[in-house]
Design a protein around this ligand. Structure first.
Ligand code: P5A
Length: 451
């Protein structure tokens, strides 16, 4: 993309309404625009990151064997009357009526609707196990929408639902989600720690939240510091392997890690004092096993091998897709702006032309731009007629992890500068070497993809 033709409305001043750094930087970098409280337009740069995040979520769900579909945002109240949640959900549910005076709602989650789909088509144990998921907008009329996309009213969620014959099978599905989530967050450059949590309005008492540690997080968390040494890394996973799933669950959940809802002082006191930590965290996902809560209420049953009709065991599993942008920025920024991890960056590299209009500098930049694209990379070329300082400030603000600076002085020796946004270190190398270096840098990102 050429910056002169892009739509990147960056703000020079700090917006007054933003209380936390990720909100401030998303507004300043022209990623989002508030339309009303907790409701945002996603401007091109924000939309690009949102899509990168969605892509990773889709890939990791499908790698785990989960099946994508798409359910609507508007739902019929009748489904929610069946489960009993229409009245129970309270003021967070946005309720509306259509022209026939039928009660509708903007879905805050989809347990009822997916259970209805299941019961309409599935009647035999032979169709199990089954996990269906989608990435769809949700609406929760939060009392205090705040911190930008962190606590929105309209927000994007990945929500998945497993249907299993037995509790054991459903717990394997739970583990499969835990493992796939660990992989998902690491691909985004995040450490998200599973912590014992509370079921809330979704239900079930077996549930973990995934938390990214950050001072601005809304949850208070208590944990054994050893947990932060755990890395998922590049493991070979067989998502059908029940023992492997259980072993990973135990590895990542056996140390003390709880949110304030389930915190137990007596248990926490058993952690050696030097390892006890109290901190704040951003909840970027939650997994639940709730057994037959919805399947019994809504008649989602299957006939077993012995001819018995039984309700299916279910769980639901969510990732806060739009919230993740805020969480990543909270975890990765400095006083100049955002620092995107390579896995989610909107553009892989920025090209800064120090002397726009100078024939040989322009043509060196054009050649770099062309060749980077031919190498499968996604560059942003700042071809505006602006001062170098303004170009650097924009690149630093929007946080591309790599920058190539091209100027007549360097070009005289066939050199450009490759600079890391994270460390600030620069190297003078030939344009060809810069392309090769970037190919190597992004190789693990491309290799992590699942087709
Ligand atoms: C699991 C999937 C559920 O709704 N039903 C379907 C279950 N879980 S949850 O924990 O309530 O939500 C899942 C994730 O969505 C994000 N989230 C939000 N993001 C932005 N703004 C909000 N107001 C908001 N509410 C929830 C969180 O990341 C949460 O973990």
């Amino acid at each position: 993309m050429r910056l002169s033709r892009y739509f990147l409305p960056v703000l020079k001043e700090d917006p007054k309404e933003a209380q936390i750094v990720s909100h401030r930087l998303m507004l300043r970098a022209g990623m989002i625009k508030q339309q009303s409280a907790g409701i945002y337009s996603w401007l091109p740069l924000g939309y690009k990151v949102l899509n990168r995040i969605q892509q990773i979520v889709h890939e990791e769900q499908q790698r785990a064997g989960h099946i994508p579909l798409l359910m609507p945002t508007l739902q019929s109240a009748d489904l929610w009357r069946e489960s009993g949640r229409y009245d129970a959900y309270g003021d967070e549910m946005l309720r509306l009526q259509d022209r026939h005076k039928r009660d509708m709602l903007y879905g805050p989650t989809n347990e009822e609707m997916v259970t209805d789909i299941f019961r309409s088509y599935v009647s035999s144990y032979k169709s199990l196990p089954l996990t269906l998921y989608h990435i769809q907008w949700k609406f929760r009329d939060e009392m205090r929408p705040r911190f930008g996309v962190m606590r929105g009213r309209e927000f994007l969620m990945k929500d998945g639902y497993n249907f299993d014959l037995t509790k054991e099978d459903a717990l394997h599905a739970y583990n499969r989600h835990l493992v796939s989530y660990l992989r998902t967050y690491e691909r985004m450059g995040l450490q998200a720690i599973p912590m014992r949590a509370d079921g809330g309005p979704i239900g079930g008492d077996y549930t973990h939240e995934f938390l990214v540690l950050a001072d601005t997080g809304e949850s208070e968390v208590f944990y054994d510091s050893q947990i932060t040494d755990l890395k998922f890394g590049d493991r070979q996973i067989d998502y059908d392997d029940v023992a492997q799933g259980q072993a990973i669950l135990e590895e990542f959940t056996s140390r003390y890690a709880r949110t304030d809802e389930t915190h137990d002082e007596a248990l926490f006191a058993q952690v050696p004092e030097e390892r006890r930590r109290t901190a704040r965290g951003i909840e970027v996902g939650q997994i639940f096993y709730f057994g037959t809560k919805y399947s019994e209420a809504m008649g989602a049953t299957v006939v077993t091998e012995t001819g018995e009709r039984v309700p299916v065991h279910m769980g639901s599993h969510g990732i806060g897709v739009s919230r993740l942008l805020g969480a990543i920025i909270e975890a990765s920024h400095d006083d100049k702006g955002i620092i995107w991890p390579e896995g989610v960056t909107p553009f892989h590299v920025g090209i800064v032309n120090l002397k726009q209009g100078d024939g040989s500098t322009d043509s060196a930049c054009e050649a770099l731009y062309r060749e980077l694209k031919a190498a499968g990379l996604d560059p942003l070329y700042d071809d505006r007629d602006e001062r170098a300082g303004a170009k650097f400030a924009t690149m630093d603000l929007i946080g591309l992890p790599w920058r190539i600076t091209v100027g007549p002085r360097g070009l005289a020796e066939n050199k450009v500068e490759l600079t890391s946004r994270r460390t600030g270190e620069s190297e003078a190398i030939s344009p060809q070497e810069a392309i090769e270096r970037l190919k190597t840098i992004y190789q693990p990102v491309f290799a992590a993809a699942y087709h």
